[in-house]
Design a protein. Sequence first.
Length: 379
Amino acid sequence: MYRGRLERDLKIWVDKGLVDAPAASAILGEYDSRPASFSAGRVLTVMAALLVGAAILLFVASNWEEIPRIVRLFGLVALIWAFYLGGAHLFARGRSIVASALLILGTMTFGGAMSLVGQMYNISGDGLAMMIVWFAAACIAGALFRSTAQVVLAGFLAWAFCGLYLWDYSGEWRGIMPWVPPIMAVVIIALVRYVDAPHVRHLAYIVLVGWLTWLFAQYESLHSAILLAAAGMLAFLAVSIPASPLARIARAAGGAPAFYAFLVGAIGLLAIHGEIGNGFFDNYIWIENKLPLVLLAFATLASAVVAIALGGRDNGAVRYLAYFIFACEIFYLASETVGSIIGTSGFFLISGVLVAIAAWLVIRLERRFSHGDGQEDKA
Protein backbone atom coordinates (compact mmCIF):
# COMPACT_ATOMS: atom_id res chain seq x y z
CA MET A 1 0.00 0.00 0.00
CA TYR A 2 2.72 2.48 0.98
CA ARG A 3 4.93 1.32 -1.90
CA GLY A 4 2.16 2.06 -4.42
CA ARG A 5 1.67 5.54 -2.99
CA LEU A 6 5.43 6.14 -2.98
CA GLU A 7 5.69 5.01 -6.59
CA ARG A 8 2.86 7.35 -7.65
CA ASP A 9 4.43 10.29 -5.76
CA LEU A 10 7.82 9.65 -7.35
CA LYS A 11 6.26 9.58 -10.81
CA ILE A 12 4.59 12.96 -10.14
CA TRP A 13 7.87 14.41 -8.83
CA VAL A 14 9.76 13.11 -11.87
CA ASP A 15 7.18 14.66 -14.21
CA LYS A 16 7.50 18.00 -12.37
CA GLY A 17 11.29 17.84 -12.52
CA LEU A 18 11.71 17.72 -8.74
CA VAL A 19 13.46 14.33 -8.88
CA ASP A 20 15.27 12.75 -11.80
CA ALA A 21 14.37 9.25 -12.99
CA PRO A 22 17.57 7.49 -11.77
CA ALA A 23 17.08 8.93 -8.27
CA ALA A 24 13.44 7.79 -8.22
CA SER A 25 14.50 4.28 -9.28
CA ALA A 26 17.18 4.27 -6.58
CA ILE A 27 14.64 5.31 -3.93
CA LEU A 28 12.27 2.52 -4.96
CA GLY A 29 15.14 0.04 -5.06
CA GLU A 30 16.24 0.99 -1.55
CA TYR A 31 12.68 0.61 -0.28
CA ASP A 32 12.31 -2.80 -1.94
CA SER A 33 15.58 -3.95 -0.36
CA ARG A 34 14.20 -3.49 3.15
CA PRO A 35 12.85 -6.54 4.94
CA ALA A 36 9.09 -6.74 4.57
CA SER A 37 7.11 -5.74 7.64
CA PHE A 38 4.47 -8.32 6.68
CA SER A 39 5.18 -11.78 5.34
CA ALA A 40 2.58 -14.47 4.77
CA GLY A 41 5.30 -17.07 5.28
CA ARG A 42 6.24 -15.55 8.62
CA VAL A 43 2.62 -15.49 9.78
CA LEU A 44 2.04 -19.10 8.69
CA THR A 45 5.24 -20.20 10.40
CA VAL A 46 4.16 -18.57 13.68
CA MET A 47 0.70 -20.14 13.37
CA ALA A 48 2.32 -23.53 12.77
CA ALA A 49 4.45 -23.03 15.88
CA LEU A 50 1.38 -22.25 17.96
CA LEU A 51 -0.43 -25.33 16.65
CA VAL A 52 2.57 -27.58 17.25
CA GLY A 53 2.99 -26.17 20.75
CA ALA A 54 -0.68 -26.82 21.53
CA ALA A 55 -0.37 -30.36 20.14
CA ILE A 56 2.68 -31.09 22.32
CA LEU A 57 0.99 -29.79 25.46
CA LEU A 58 -2.21 -31.70 24.76
CA PHE A 59 -0.27 -34.90 24.10
CA VAL A 60 1.69 -34.54 27.31
CA ALA A 61 -1.43 -33.69 29.30
CA SER A 62 -3.40 -36.64 27.91
CA ASN A 63 -0.63 -39.08 28.85
CA TRP A 64 0.35 -37.23 32.02
CA GLU A 65 -0.52 -39.96 34.53
CA GLU A 66 1.32 -42.67 32.59
CA ILE A 67 4.65 -40.81 32.57
CA PRO A 68 6.90 -41.15 35.65
CA ARG A 69 7.09 -37.95 37.67
CA ILE A 70 10.85 -37.43 37.24
CA VAL A 71 10.55 -38.02 33.51
CA ARG A 72 7.75 -35.47 33.33
CA LEU A 73 9.81 -32.81 35.06
CA PHE A 74 13.05 -33.31 33.16
CA GLY A 75 11.17 -33.79 29.89
CA LEU A 76 9.44 -30.44 30.20
CA VAL A 77 12.65 -28.65 31.17
CA ALA A 78 14.55 -30.30 28.30
CA LEU A 79 11.80 -29.35 25.86
CA ILE A 80 11.88 -25.71 26.93
CA TRP A 81 15.67 -25.52 26.68
CA ALA A 82 15.65 -27.30 23.31
CA PHE A 83 13.27 -24.74 21.84
CA TYR A 84 15.15 -21.73 23.23
CA LEU A 85 18.61 -23.01 22.32
CA GLY A 86 17.39 -24.03 18.89
CA GLY A 87 15.95 -20.55 18.40
CA ALA A 88 19.22 -18.96 19.48
CA HIS A 89 21.19 -21.15 17.07
CA LEU A 90 18.93 -20.30 14.15
CA PHE A 91 19.04 -16.58 15.01
CA ALA A 92 22.83 -16.77 14.89
CA ARG A 93 22.60 -18.33 11.43
CA GLY A 94 20.23 -15.63 10.22
CA ARG A 95 17.12 -17.83 9.93
CA SER A 96 14.92 -15.49 11.91
CA ILE A 97 11.52 -16.83 10.82
CA VAL A 98 12.07 -20.42 12.02
CA ALA A 99 13.95 -19.08 15.06
CA SER A 100 10.95 -16.94 16.05
CA ALA A 101 8.71 -19.98 15.72
CA LEU A 102 10.97 -21.99 18.05
CA LEU A 103 11.02 -19.19 20.59
CA ILE A 104 7.23 -19.09 20.55
CA LEU A 105 7.19 -22.85 21.10
CA GLY A 106 9.57 -22.39 24.04
CA THR A 107 7.44 -19.69 25.66
CA MET A 108 4.20 -21.60 25.07
CA THR A 109 5.75 -24.75 26.54
CA PHE A 110 6.99 -22.74 29.53
CA GLY A 111 3.46 -21.57 30.30
CA GLY A 112 2.00 -25.03 29.91
CA ALA A 113 4.79 -26.55 32.01
CA MET A 114 4.02 -24.20 34.89
CA SER A 115 0.43 -25.42 34.97
CA LEU A 116 1.32 -29.11 34.65
CA VAL A 117 4.07 -28.99 37.26
CA GLY A 118 1.74 -27.16 39.64
CA GLN A 119 -0.78 -29.96 39.26
CA MET A 120 1.89 -32.64 39.63
CA TYR A 121 3.24 -31.32 42.94
CA ASN A 122 -0.11 -29.94 44.18
CA ILE A 123 1.33 -26.42 44.27
CA SER A 124 -1.47 -24.02 45.07
CA GLY A 125 -1.21 -20.81 43.16
CA ASP A 126 -3.14 -18.02 41.58
CA GLY A 127 -3.77 -18.15 37.84
CA LEU A 128 -3.08 -14.42 37.64
CA ALA A 129 0.34 -14.89 39.24
CA MET A 130 1.11 -17.60 36.69
CA MET A 131 0.13 -15.23 33.89
CA ILE A 132 2.52 -12.60 35.27
CA VAL A 133 5.40 -15.09 35.29
CA TRP A 134 4.49 -16.23 31.79
CA PHE A 135 4.38 -12.62 30.58
CA ALA A 136 7.79 -11.98 32.19
CA ALA A 137 9.27 -15.00 30.40
CA ALA A 138 7.99 -13.74 27.05
CA CYS A 139 9.41 -10.27 27.73
CA ILE A 140 12.82 -11.63 28.74
CA ALA A 141 12.99 -13.79 25.62
CA GLY A 142 11.92 -10.83 23.49
CA ALA A 143 14.63 -8.61 24.99
CA LEU A 144 17.39 -11.24 24.76
CA PHE A 145 16.69 -12.18 21.14
CA ARG A 146 15.20 -8.86 20.00
CA SER A 147 12.29 -10.91 18.69
CA THR A 148 9.20 -9.09 17.46
CA ALA A 149 7.19 -12.30 17.69
CA GLN A 150 7.96 -12.59 21.41
CA VAL A 151 6.87 -9.00 22.00
CA VAL A 152 3.61 -9.74 20.17
CA LEU A 153 3.15 -12.83 22.35
CA ALA A 154 3.81 -10.73 25.46
CA GLY A 155 1.14 -8.28 24.29
CA PHE A 156 -1.44 -11.03 23.91
CA LEU A 157 -0.46 -12.47 27.30
CA ALA A 158 -1.19 -9.03 28.78
CA TRP A 159 -4.62 -9.22 27.16
CA ALA A 160 -5.05 -12.74 28.54
CA PHE A 161 -4.21 -11.47 32.03
CA CYS A 162 -6.89 -8.77 31.75
CA GLY A 163 -9.42 -11.31 30.49
CA LEU A 164 -8.63 -13.75 33.29
CA TYR A 165 -8.97 -11.02 35.90
CA LEU A 166 -12.36 -9.95 34.54
CA TRP A 167 -13.45 -13.58 34.40
CA ASP A 168 -12.46 -14.22 38.02
CA TYR A 169 -13.33 -10.92 39.70
CA SER A 170 -15.38 -8.92 37.17
CA GLY A 171 -15.87 -5.49 38.74
CA GLU A 172 -14.06 -6.12 42.03
CA TRP A 173 -10.78 -4.46 43.02
CA ARG A 174 -8.52 -7.25 44.31
CA GLY A 175 -5.26 -6.21 45.96
CA ILE A 176 -2.55 -4.97 43.63
CA MET A 177 -3.61 -7.04 40.62
CA PRO A 178 -5.55 -4.18 38.95
CA TRP A 179 -2.28 -2.24 38.73
CA VAL A 180 -0.63 -4.99 36.68
CA PRO A 181 -2.15 -4.16 33.23
CA PRO A 182 -0.70 -0.61 33.01
CA ILE A 183 2.67 -1.95 34.19
CA MET A 184 2.52 -4.61 31.48
CA ALA A 185 1.65 -1.94 28.93
CA VAL A 186 4.66 0.17 29.92
CA VAL A 187 6.94 -2.87 29.67
CA ILE A 188 5.61 -3.67 26.20
CA ILE A 189 6.13 -0.08 25.03
CA ALA A 190 9.73 -0.21 26.33
CA LEU A 191 10.28 -3.50 24.49
CA VAL A 192 8.78 -2.02 21.33
CA ARG A 193 11.39 0.74 21.37
CA TYR A 194 14.21 -1.67 22.22
CA VAL A 195 13.30 -4.35 19.69
CA ASP A 196 12.10 -1.85 17.05
CA ALA A 197 8.63 -3.36 16.59
CA PRO A 198 6.51 -0.23 16.07
CA HIS A 199 3.23 -1.94 15.17
CA VAL A 200 3.17 -3.92 18.42
CA ARG A 201 2.72 -0.77 20.49
CA HIS A 202 -0.98 -0.82 19.61
CA LEU A 203 -1.41 -3.90 21.81
CA ALA A 204 -0.09 -1.90 24.78
CA TYR A 205 -2.17 1.18 24.02
CA ILE A 206 -5.35 -0.90 23.78
CA VAL A 207 -4.57 -2.41 27.19
CA LEU A 208 -4.18 1.10 28.64
CA VAL A 209 -7.42 2.35 27.07
CA GLY A 210 -9.29 -0.71 28.32
CA TRP A 211 -7.82 -0.34 31.80
CA LEU A 212 -8.79 3.32 32.05
CA THR A 213 -12.32 2.51 30.90
CA TRP A 214 -12.55 -0.30 33.46
CA LEU A 215 -11.24 2.07 36.12
CA PHE A 216 -14.01 4.54 35.32
CA ALA A 217 -16.57 1.72 35.58
CA GLN A 218 -15.39 1.02 39.15
CA TYR A 219 -16.18 4.56 40.25
CA GLU A 220 -18.89 5.43 37.76
CA SER A 221 -19.99 9.01 38.36
CA LEU A 222 -20.04 12.36 36.65
CA HIS A 223 -16.84 13.37 38.44
CA SER A 224 -14.93 10.29 37.30
CA ALA A 225 -16.24 10.77 33.75
CA ILE A 226 -15.00 14.37 33.75
CA LEU A 227 -11.66 13.21 35.13
CA LEU A 228 -11.34 10.59 32.37
CA ALA A 229 -12.17 13.11 29.64
CA ALA A 230 -9.80 15.71 31.10
CA ALA A 231 -6.97 13.19 31.45
CA GLY A 232 -7.37 12.07 27.84
CA MET A 233 -7.49 15.59 26.44
CA LEU A 234 -4.54 16.77 28.56
CA ALA A 235 -2.52 13.77 27.37
CA PHE A 236 -3.50 14.59 23.79
CA LEU A 237 -2.39 18.20 24.20
CA ALA A 238 0.86 17.07 25.84
CA VAL A 239 1.81 14.91 22.84
CA SER A 240 0.41 17.23 20.14
CA ILE A 241 1.44 20.79 21.04
CA PRO A 242 4.83 21.40 19.39
CA ALA A 243 6.17 23.29 22.41
CA SER A 244 5.46 20.38 24.74
CA PRO A 245 8.54 18.42 25.89
CA LEU A 246 6.60 15.19 25.30
CA ALA A 247 5.81 16.06 21.68
CA ARG A 248 9.26 15.08 20.38
CA ILE A 249 9.12 11.69 22.13
CA ALA A 250 5.57 11.13 20.89
CA ARG A 251 6.51 11.95 17.29
CA ALA A 252 9.13 9.21 17.41
CA ALA A 253 6.31 6.76 18.18
CA GLY A 254 4.21 7.92 15.22
CA GLY A 255 0.60 9.01 15.46
CA ALA A 256 -0.53 6.33 17.92
CA PRO A 257 0.04 8.28 21.21
CA ALA A 258 -2.06 11.23 20.02
CA PHE A 259 -4.82 8.99 18.66
CA TYR A 260 -5.19 6.84 21.77
CA ALA A 261 -5.00 9.85 24.09
CA PHE A 262 -7.77 11.52 22.10
CA LEU A 263 -9.72 8.24 22.16
CA VAL A 264 -9.56 8.22 25.97
CA GLY A 265 -10.84 11.79 26.00
CA ALA A 266 -13.67 10.80 23.64
CA ILE A 267 -14.62 7.87 25.89
CA GLY A 268 -14.70 10.28 28.83
CA LEU A 269 -16.97 12.68 26.92
CA LEU A 270 -19.25 9.77 26.04
CA ALA A 271 -19.37 8.82 29.72
CA ILE A 272 -20.32 12.41 30.63
CA HIS A 273 -23.16 12.21 28.11
CA GLY A 274 -24.33 9.04 29.79
CA GLU A 275 -24.21 10.53 33.28
CA ILE A 276 -26.14 13.62 32.21
CA GLY A 277 -28.62 11.46 30.35
CA ASN A 278 -29.20 9.48 33.54
CA GLY A 279 -30.53 12.64 35.18
CA PHE A 280 -27.55 13.80 37.24
CA PHE A 281 -28.84 17.40 37.19
CA ASP A 282 -32.52 16.62 37.69
CA ASN A 283 -32.42 17.69 41.34
CA TYR A 284 -30.86 21.06 40.54
CA ILE A 285 -33.90 23.23 39.84
CA TRP A 286 -31.73 26.26 39.17
CA ILE A 287 -30.40 24.62 36.03
CA GLU A 288 -32.52 24.64 32.91
CA ASN A 289 -33.15 21.21 31.45
CA LYS A 290 -30.97 21.61 28.36
CA LEU A 291 -28.22 23.85 29.73
CA PRO A 292 -25.81 21.04 30.78
CA LEU A 293 -26.43 19.32 27.45
CA VAL A 294 -25.66 22.47 25.46
CA LEU A 295 -22.51 23.18 27.46
CA LEU A 296 -21.34 19.58 27.00
CA ALA A 297 -22.08 19.75 23.29
CA PHE A 298 -19.94 22.88 22.90
CA ALA A 299 -17.13 21.25 24.89
CA THR A 300 -17.30 18.12 22.71
CA LEU A 301 -17.37 20.08 19.46
CA ALA A 302 -14.50 22.24 20.71
CA SER A 303 -12.44 19.14 21.52
CA ALA A 304 -12.99 17.84 17.97
CA VAL A 305 -11.95 21.19 16.48
CA VAL A 306 -8.84 21.35 18.69
CA ALA A 307 -7.92 17.80 17.68
CA ILE A 308 -8.25 18.64 13.99
CA ALA A 309 -6.25 21.85 14.42
CA LEU A 310 -3.38 20.18 16.30
CA GLY A 311 -3.20 16.73 14.77
CA GLY A 312 -5.51 16.72 11.79
CA ARG A 313 -2.97 17.49 9.11
CA ASP A 314 -0.41 14.79 9.92
CA ASN A 315 -2.51 12.24 11.78
CA GLY A 316 -5.32 10.74 9.75
CA ALA A 317 -6.57 8.57 12.62
CA VAL A 318 -7.04 11.62 14.87
CA ARG A 319 -8.65 13.56 12.05
CA TYR A 320 -11.26 10.92 11.23
CA LEU A 321 -12.02 10.27 14.89
CA ALA A 322 -12.57 14.01 15.33
CA TYR A 323 -14.86 14.06 12.28
CA PHE A 324 -16.85 11.16 13.72
CA ILE A 325 -17.18 12.82 17.14
CA PHE A 326 -18.19 16.13 15.54
CA ALA A 327 -20.89 14.48 13.40
CA CYS A 328 -22.26 12.35 16.25
CA GLU A 329 -22.44 15.34 18.57
CA ILE A 330 -24.28 17.42 15.97
CA PHE A 331 -26.85 14.65 15.53
CA TYR A 332 -27.18 14.12 19.27
CA LEU A 333 -27.59 17.82 19.98
CA ALA A 334 -30.14 18.20 17.20
CA SER A 335 -32.16 15.21 18.38
CA GLU A 336 -32.20 16.38 22.00
CA THR A 337 -33.04 20.01 21.32
CA VAL A 338 -34.34 20.87 17.86
CA GLY A 339 -35.84 17.42 17.24
CA SER A 340 -38.03 17.56 20.32
CA ILE A 341 -39.52 20.87 19.17
CA ILE A 342 -40.09 20.63 15.43
CA GLY A 343 -40.95 16.95 15.06
CA THR A 344 -39.56 14.13 12.96
CA SER A 345 -39.75 15.66 9.47
CA GLY A 346 -38.23 18.94 10.60
CA PHE A 347 -35.51 17.05 12.44
CA PHE A 348 -34.50 15.21 9.27
CA LEU A 349 -34.48 18.47 7.34
CA ILE A 350 -32.30 20.19 9.92
CA SER A 351 -30.06 17.11 10.09
CA GLY A 352 -29.63 17.16 6.31
CA VAL A 353 -28.59 20.80 6.40
CA LEU A 354 -26.17 20.15 9.24
CA VAL A 355 -24.64 17.18 7.42
CA ALA A 356 -24.21 19.32 4.31
CA ILE A 357 -22.46 22.01 6.36
CA ALA A 358 -20.24 19.39 8.02
CA ALA A 359 -19.39 17.91 4.59
CA TRP A 360 -18.46 21.36 3.28
CA LEU A 361 -16.21 21.96 6.28
CA VAL A 362 -14.52 18.57 5.88
CA ILE A 363 -13.89 19.19 2.18
CA ARG A 364 -12.39 22.59 2.93
CA LEU A 365 -10.17 21.09 5.64
CA GLU A 366 -9.00 18.25 3.41
CA ARG A 367 -8.17 20.69 0.61
CA ARG A 368 -6.28 22.88 3.05
CA PHE A 369 -4.27 19.92 4.33
CA SER A 370 -3.52 18.83 0.76
CA HIS A 371 -2.51 22.39 -0.16
CA GLY A 372 -0.21 22.50 2.87
CA ASP A 373 1.41 19.22 1.78
CA GLY A 374 1.95 20.64 -1.69
CA GLN A 375 3.61 23.75 -0.29
CA GLU A 376 5.91 21.64 1.88
CA ASP A 377 6.87 19.51 -1.14
CA LYS A 378 7.72 22.63 -3.12
CA ALA A 379 9.82 23.91 -0.27
